[in-house]
Design a protein. Structure first.
Length: 468
């Protein structure tokens, strides 16, 4: 916005505005009546003219003496002259005001630009400003509401927004004034532009964006990291409370944990792992909601996938714990003597939370595609998550096949399945029509981090780390 105001306050822009204001003031002054003032058109002047005519008729007919008639005429004509003189003085004063305003138009314009938020505070002015921006951008600007509902996100073609590019140095962030709230616009490639790094209109100008497999691989690697780090957090918080409990000697492994000894609190601490990853998911979701990583594709994707795994690894455990006493969460519920109806209520809450969370996460993935239809397809989330499952299995072996494969498959199918359904809904209702600009991404550090984490799991955790 500072760059736009700077452009509007340039000497050339001020000169153009000053000329336009001069022309408008002269036009308004020229439209004012010259032969007859507004006061002359009032009923008072017309009434005086009628009374004067009536007096003259009475004098001519001899009904009224000349002396009395002349005195009455003098009074009426004096009143009429005063009315006309007052009206003409008012007109001259208005014209003088216009003349005096002409040298001040430059400062008036500069003050209006500097305080544009208040300059365009009237709804009619904001509507006019929107119309001018709409016309400037070619008459078509797809908009979608931001999650906070405090601003709109607009997709502006380069060929239609060339003047905006010039005013902003190539990037436009916020138009506060005249919009009734911020309009955040990211310049998208035109139909004839080459493909963007994360996908975008094809060089041939096709309507649909080509899929970018680099971003898909990045997303799959980040899913692997998020899943395994979330699982590690769960096991760590299952072990640490037991390590601090007298009589328990826990050991942390790459795909599980175990302990020796006995203490009634061991059952309670079987629920601390699910609680820890649930809080991790909520924390990452809050960071995403606060737009952390908005302009860093890799960080934002990682936060989204970590929120996904924290939530969708924890919530199914609540459902299972309500009906399977041997489940980790079920053991904690039994220790707390949670009643049957309370367990059922907890299970219902967990199940009910899954669809809205999936819908919210589906919205977040729309930020990574220049075409809303692109992320509404199965490739948007399903392909990266499915690609990640074999790699996740490599972190978990050796162990029973069911324990190795079932957790990542269930988490992926439940969470991604719901998100996919929500994405189809979003595409049908058109809640989102454009994404943020495509950004170049690097696979180096996500790949390196994945390899390092795999080595940590297999070389350090797999033999077991005793916490006693």
């Amino acid at each position: 916005m500072k760059k736009i105001k700077s452009e509007l306050l340039s000497d050339e822009a001020v000169a153009r505005a000053q000329k336009a204001m001069h022309d408008e003031l002269r036009h308004l002054h020229a439209k004012r009546p010259t032969k007859e003032s507004p006061a002359m058109a009032t009923g008072k002047v017309a009434k005086l003219d009628a009374e004067i005519a009536q007096l003259r008729d009475l004098m001519q007919a001899g009904t009224l003496s000349p002396v009395a008639g002349k005195a009455a005429l003098d009074v009426l004509e004096r009143d009429r002259a005063e009315l006309i003189d007052t009206a003409r003085r008012g007109e001259a004063k208005a014209g003088g005001n216009v003349v005096r305003m002409l040298p001040q138009t430059a400062e008036i314009y500069r003050a209006a630009v500097r305080d544009m938020q208040n300059t365009l505070k009237e709804p009619s002015d904001r509507l006019q400003a929107r119309a001018l921006i709409f016309e400037l951008l070619g008459g078509k600007v797809p908009l979608r509401p931001a999650e906070s509902a405090r601003h709109l996100i607009a997709r502006v073609p380069l060929n239609a927004g060339a003047r905006l590019v010039a005013a902003s140095g190539g990037r436009i962030n916020d138009f506060q004034s005249g919009s009734g709230g911020a309009i955040r616009a990211w310049l998208a490639p035109s139909a004839n532009a080459p493909s963007a790094p994360l996908g975008g209109p094809s060089p041939a100008g096709g309507a649909r964006s080509g899929w970018n497999w680099r971003l898909t691989v990045l997303s799959a690697l980040l899913y692997v990291l998020a899943f395994n780090l979330t699982f590690f957090i769960q096991e760590l918080f299952l072990v640490v409370p037991k390590a601090l409990t007298p009589g328990l000697e826990p050991t942390l492994f790459h795909n599980n944990h175990n302990w020796k000894g006995d203490n009634p609190l061991a059952s309670l601490f079987q629920g601390t792992g699910a609680l820890a990853i649930l809080l991790t998911g909520v924390a990452c979701a809050l960071l995403v909601w606060r737009d952390v990583g908005r302009h860093a594709t890799t960080l934002r994707l990682f936060l989204i996938w970590t929120a996904f795994n924290g939530l969708f690894q924890a919530l199914p455990q609540v459902l299972a714990g309500a009906f399977i006493p041997g489940n980790d969460v079920g053991m904690a519920m039994d220790y707390l003597q949670v009643s049957g109806p309370a367990k059922t209520a907890a299970a219902l809450v967990a199940v009910a939370a899954i669809p809205p969370l999936a819908l919210w996460l589906a919205h977040r993935f729309l930020d990574f595609a220049p075409d809303a239809a692109q992320v509404a397809t199965a490739r948007g989330r399903t392909v990266p998550a499915l690609m990640a499952i074999p790699v996740i299995v490599a972190f978990r072996v050796p162990r029973e096949l069911l324990e190795v494969v079932l957790p990542p498959v269930l988490v992926t199918l439940v969470g991604v399945g719901w998100m996919q359904g929500c994405a189809w809904f979003l595409r049908r209702t058109g809640e989102r029509s454009a994404g943020e600009p495509a950004r170049a991404v690097s696979l180096a550090w996500p790949l390196g981090a994945t390899v390092a984490l795999l080595l940590f799991f297999q070389l350090v955790l797999r033999p077991g780390i005793p916490f006693y």
